[in-house]
Write a protein that binds this ligand. Structure first.
Ligand SMILES: Nc1nc2c(ncn2[C@@H]2O[C@H](COP(=O)(O)OP(=O)(O)OP(=O)(O)O)[C@@H](O)[C@H]2O)c(=O)[nH]1
Ligand SMILES: [Mg+2]
Length: 422
């Protein structure tokens, strides 16, 4: 036996060549690498399977697709926000987070989903519903479903709900679009924006994929949520008999809804039974008398353009499906104003809920910090910030901006700004 250390033997030009050791070393490294690759593949395919399972019942991209694994959720006993079901696991309401979105808005969609999940849904796992006038791409489905903590569904809007109806004169519509574009009226020249507004006014709540729900939270791409929401707002709405929840209120662009109020007045004149005795006419019309039981008309005042900003809504689907709102939408649609003018879903929802629902069923979510460019609002109370629940600049608060209608809402809803946490 050669007692000399290996390096001496090598130095001595031993026949035990460096090639032998290099090969053994290489084999070991290769072995280790193969193990790593196998482990990585196992982990990756498990993750992939997890994601695919979430959308497995959806079929190929391009058609309306519905999950088949949805057991209908039961309304849990009041306050039982942590109730485990296969449907929404912890959320107990028949509710969905809904986003109408284009494939091209993937990044904005992801950012909103991330925000809503982190601030709220990771504790409740409510299902997400994505709607689009075009088939969702595989890429959109892959990444959005990867972020959602609840079940996901993707549906394409039927053509009838996203096209110019026969009764609209397209020549007149095009001429008006051109005029509005020339006058630089916001989205005045856009047909797709008109489809979107009409869809959000009268069709989203009757989509096949939405029919199993009673409540929705509308989420748009690119929004921000500044505060943790540690309770279930859907349960809050149901238990407190609320119908419509908002965070920001502002004025509509007058030139986009030139005849909307006249049409509304006409509808109410012909269907006065729908006007709620405790309506919010005094929010919508300056100087209107506070509503009284028995009032069955809108008076002579004009719409002051105040509306709830509809890019955020937590509301009852039943309300829209009810006779009053459905008939109101059909009446408006028959007038063609979604196309000849550019009626927005925000004033249409706001007028609908303001006239046909009781005032105390409208709720301002004062505890939500929210941003949709170019406006944001931030809860003003100290506790929300001292506890770390909210992170936003209290100085940047649209609530009291000159263009905000919230002070008017406080007044007509009898909310004392001094005591309410705003
Ligand atoms: N699928 C689809 N979604 C649309 C289309 N136009 C708008 N949307 C969605 O409808 C919602 C409202 O549209 P936005 O473009 O955000 O309209 P807005 O909020 O009034 O205006 P900005 O956000 O300021 O541009 C968003 O969720 C959009 O993603 C469209 O043509 N197709
Ligand atoms: Mg938007």
């Amino acid at each position: 036996m050669d007692p000399k250390p290996l390096w001496h033997r090598l130095d001595m030009g031993s026949r035990i060549s460096t090639r032998f050791f290099t090969r053994r070393l290489s084999l070991r490294v290769l072995g280790l690498l193969s193990i790593c690759v196998v482990l990585y593949n196992v982990a990756y395919s498990t993750e992939l399977r997890r994601r695919l399972e979430k959308v497995q019942a959806l079929g190929g991209a391009g058609q309306p697709r519905y999950r088949t694994d949805t057991a209908e959720p039961k309304n849990g006993p009041s306050g039982s926000a942590c109730y485990d079901t296969a449907f929404g696991r912890n959320g107990t309401e028949k509710a969905t987070l809904v986003m109408l979105v284009r494939n091209s808005e993937l990044y904005g969609a992801l950012s909103s989903i991330r925000m809503v999940e982190d601030r709220f849904n990771r504790k409740f796992h409510y299902p997400w519903t994505f709607l689009n006038d075009k088939p969702f791409t595989d890429e959109f489905i892959k990444y959005t479903s990867g972020l959602a903590s609840g079940p996901v569904e993707y549906a394409v809007v039927p053509e009838d709900d996203w096209s110019v109806p026969d009764h609209v004169n397209e020549t007149t519509m095009r001429a008006e679009m051109l005029r509005m574009a020339k006058e630089e009226i916001i989205y005045g020249g856009s047909l797709s924006y008109r489809h979107m507004c009409r869809f959000n006014s009268g069709f989203f709540y009757n989509q096949e994929v939405m029919r199993k729900y009673d409540w929705y939270w509308r989420v748009e791409p690119g929004i921000e949520l500044y505060c943790d929401i540690n309770y279930d707002p859907f349960t809050f709405m149901r238990e407190n008999k609320k119908i419509y929840g908002f965070v920001i209120s502002m004025y509509e662009f007058k030139d986009t809804i030139t005849t909307l109020w006249d049409r509304t007045r006409q509808f109410v004149a012909e269907n006065s039974q729908f006007l709620h005795a405790n309506n919010s006419l005094d929010f919508l019309v300056d100087g209107a008398q506070p509503s009284k039981p028995g009032d069955r008309h809108l008076g002579s005042g004009n719409y002051n353009l105040c509306h709830f900003w509809s890019n955020f809504e937590i509301a009852s689907l039943e309300f829209y499906r009810g006779e009053a709102y459905s008939r109101y939408f059909e009446f408006l649609d028959s007038a063609g104003g979604f196309f000849y003018e550019r009626w927005g879903d925000a004033p249409v929802h706001s007028i609908g809920v303001g006239l046909f629902a009781p005032k105390d069923s409208i709720h301002h979510f004062a505890d939500f910090g929210y941003s949709h460019a170019p406006c944001s609002r931030c809860p003003q109370d100290d506790e929300s910030h001292a506890t770390g629940r909210c992170m936003c600049n209290r100085g940047q608060n649209f609530d009291t901006d000159g263009y905000s209608c919230l002070p008017r809402w406080w007044k007509v809803a009898g909310i004392n700004k001094g005591t309410e946490s705003i």
